[in-house]
Design a binder for this molecule. Structure first.
Ligand code: SF4
Ligand code: SF4
Length: 379
């Protein structure tokens, strides 16, 4: 399928590109597949049309935005990939698994395809207030924490922690729908806009002054793409760090955590929290506040953190090189620090890195835990 390049060059302001190659040089996926964002931009600039069917590697991009961070000309290279995916979505030329995830979001409001009515089951025995009855803080749970059995305990830990700190919060229960962050990055702009409109209306009707998310992906789109005037979007690490700072959370009072035992922990910065939204200090502040935690850094940390390959729709699309997964490298880097716990703050990172630990045979050396799991153990 041929895509006309001139209109896209203008819309995405690609003319500013000086072909320096810093984007491709930093792209973690370019090292293992044929994805070359600088070269894609070059073709857009010099050729009247691009045959997008000849670029299956477009689906390898994780939308980590390392290229956007590195571009000194403010070109936002990743937006070209999203736009080209949009063309493919429009013509139905998408991987089956991506199509299935998008259809499930359209029908059931989540990419797993499990029924909408089951969305609040993650809470189990916990009694959670309905945000629709009014609350100060809206807790947006997210699709993966709602439905994935490995991630549901993270949502429960966060809800219990907010309750312990006396936060007046509620959730939308079965009325919650996918945030759309990955939908936009898979190129389905129509569905994304529908979700923004419907979710935005629901959030405003609740009247909460802030919305806190489990996932950096939901946080990213609420903060940067929803236009939620008057509603502050926060990732949970920001809120929990604030609660600790205010003295509203005290560690070591009731939990099973042996506070005198030193535990070496390393932290993996999620792309959508770190690189894209510059939330680096709060997760570390939480970890440093937990008694017994000795935080050690991997060489690639903060802006230089290595993508786990879970974003940009890659949870539903394996990409063109399954053998050399970035998550394999990442868990090896974590193990090399001598840490016994690899702390994460994102549902996708939790799943991809935990799987990589198993595949790499590191289970005896390294345990992957969300920061909320550590917090709830230590409270
Ligand atoms: S970093 Fe920016 S200017 Fe350099 S090649 Fe990439 S898009 Fe072009
Ligand atoms: S967003 Fe990340 S994976 Fe995609 S092209 Fe840019 S650097 Fe590469």
């Amino acid at each position: 399928m041929a895509v006309k390049t001139s209109q896209m060059v203008e819309q995405l302001e690609l003319l500013g590109c000086i072909q320096c190659g810093k984007c491709t040089g930093g792209c973690p996926v370019a090292r293992k597949t044929t994805l070359n964002i600088r070269s894609l931009i070059y073709h857009m600039l010099v050729e009247p049309e691009m045959d997008v069917d000849a670029h299956p590697e477009l689906w390898d991009c994780t939308c980590c935005f390392t290229c956007v961070e590195r571009c000194l000309k403010d070109v936002e290279p990743a937006e070209l990939i999203i736009a080209l995916r949009g063309q493919l979505v429009e013509s139905g030329r998408i991987p089956d698994t991506v199509g299935a995830a998008l259809m499930a979001i359209f029908r059931q409001g989540n990419p797993t395809g499990i029924a909408r009515e089951d969305r609040a089951n993650w809470a189990g025995e916990l009694e959670i207030n309905a945000a629709q009855e009014g609350c100060e803080t809206l807790y947006f749970v997210g699709c993966i924490p709602s439905y994935d059995q490995r991630v549901q305990p993270v949502a429960r830990a966060l809800a219990q922690t907010l309750a312990a700190a006396g936060v007046n919060f509620g959730t939308l229960g079965a009325d919650e729908s996918c945030c759309g962050n990955e939908v936009r990055r898979m190129g389905e702009m129509g569905l994304f806009e529908m979700l923004v409109e419907e979710n935005g209306e629901l959030f405003r009707s609740v009247g909460a002054s802030r919305i806190v998310t489990t996932s950096p992906h939901c946080f990213n789109t609420f903060k940067n793409e929803y236009g939620l005037d008057g509603v502050e979007a926060l990732h949970y690490t920001q809120l929990v760090a604030e609660l600790i700072e205010q003295g509203k959370l005290k560690f070591g009072s009731v939990g099973a955590w042996e506070k005198d035992v030193e535990r070496v922990v390393t932290y993996h910065d999620p792309c959508f929290l770190g690189k894209q939204n510059h939330v680096f200090d709060e997760p570390r502040a939480i970890l440093n506040a937990i008694p017994g935690v000795k935080l050690v850094e991997m060489d690639r940390n903060r802006e230089r953190s290595l993508c786990c390959e879970g974003g940009g729709g890659r949870m539903w699309n394996e990409g063109t090189n399954l053998e050399e997964r970035l998550a394999f490298q990442r868990v090896q880097e974590a193990a090399d620090t001598g840490a016994e716990i690899l702390a994460v703050a994102c549902p996708f990172c939790l799943l991809t890195l935990e799987d990589a630990v198993k595949v790499q045979g590191l289970e005896e050396r390294l345990k992957v835990m969300d920061i909320m799991e550590l917090v709830s153990l230590a409270l």
